[in-house]
Write a protein that binds this ligand. Structure first.
Ligand code: PMV
Length: 319
């Protein structure tokens, strides 16, 4: 009747941008990500037959803005005739700011709801249901390097490499706090409908995935850096070419990219990636993490820097 699950956000190295089925929230492209270890969301789902409607508290505040998405996720797990639930979400990092908080939230939610409602769904079913709420959430069900495969009828996630097999670090430069103006879900629909670059983006994804898969399997950071930065900048070019344009960067975002270019020119094993927000994620070899952190802390406009290792997938904390 009550279960708590914990999940970490993931950062895409080969990005998901665009839906092929907006109703079922099926992505137009596959993607590859790393699951983090140090940032997390904990979801507590408690069935309460006395409640008329679901209740949601997010980080101690009324969660009404997210309630419809959470309730529909619970319906997907337990059916529409399920009893109501009291849902409490707590994250140890800023939410709705391009740090993939919806990924950790919905991955934790499907795992907690599955246990609380006694559904015993398979890992594949949980991935499919998490993906309906947030395309990237399915990837947080697994740890380390994860590929989301885009099959004809549904998605599937699989593990490419465990976190311990290539323990990279992710240094996150926060360049602005607070929620973003346009959600990624809305923005990718604008891109699909209006960006002249969208079709080419979708067409090229299979070859980007192949290149990244090989780099992960060989554990070659310089190879992964080339394809991940290329894929990230292509996704942002699709956004910039949309009408209206979707520009998530600020001047500090660009300053961080320049800092990372400087580090690369000095032989530091690091590369950047940026999602639907102004924050910059620097992926690096563990030995270079202090140098990368120092460089980003010293970059103009950076308000905070967080560091994470790679970690495990979503799991139940209590049941
Ligand atoms: O899962 P959503 O709907 O928040 O979309 C995520 C989109 C990106 O973060 C920009 C890319 C990705 O693959 O995570």
């Amino acid at each position: 009747m009550r279960a708590i699950a914990k999940a970490q956000p993931n950062i895409a190295l080969i990005k998901y941008w665009g839906k092929r089925d907006p109703i079922r929230n099926l992505p137009a492209v596959g993607s590859i990500s790393v699951t983090l270890s140090d940032l997390f969301t904990e979801m507590d789902v408690e069935i309460d037959e006395t409640l008329k409607d679901d209740l949601l508290v997010v980080n101690g505040q009324d969660g009404n803005a997210m309630l419809a998405r959470v309730s529909s996720c619970l319906d997907n797990v337990a059916g529409q005739d399920r009893p109501s639930a009291r849902v409490t979400s707590n994250s140890n990092f800023p939410i709705a700011a391009g740090l993939a908080s919806s990924a950790s939230a919905f991955a934790a939610l499907v795992v907690a709801a599955d246990a609380a409602f006694g559904e015993s769904l398979s890992g594949g079913q949980l991935a499919s249901l998490a993906g309906r709420s947030s395309g990237s959430a399915a990837r947080s069900l697994l740890g380390g390097f994860v590929e989301l495969e885009n099959h004809r009828d549904d998605i599937a996630v699989n593990s490419l490499l465990a976190a311990d097999d290539w323990p990279l670090k992710v240094v996150i430069a926060i360049t602005a706090s607070g929620p973003k103006a346009v959600s990624s879900g809305e923005a990718m629909e604008v891109s699909r409908k209006t960006s002249p670059f969208y079709d080419r983006w979708v067409e090229q994804q299979a070859s980007d995935l192949t290149e990244a898969r090989a780099a992960v399997s060989d554990r070659e950071l310089s190879k992964l850096a080339l394809i991940a930065e290329h894929n990230c900048l292509k996704m942002h070019s699709v956004m910039w070419g949309s009408r209206p344009p979707m520009i998530y960067w600020n001047s500090a975002t660009i300053a961080c990219m320049q800092s990372i270019r400087d580090l690369q020119s000095r032989g530091v094993g690091v590369f950047f990636t940026i999602d639907a927000g102004p924050q910059v994620k620097a992926i690096c070899e563990a030995e270079h993490e202090p140098t990368v952190r120092q460089a980003l802390v010293a970059t103009a406009g950076v308000v905070d820097v967080m560091v994470s290792g790679l970690g495990a997938g979503a799991k139940l904390v209590t049941a």
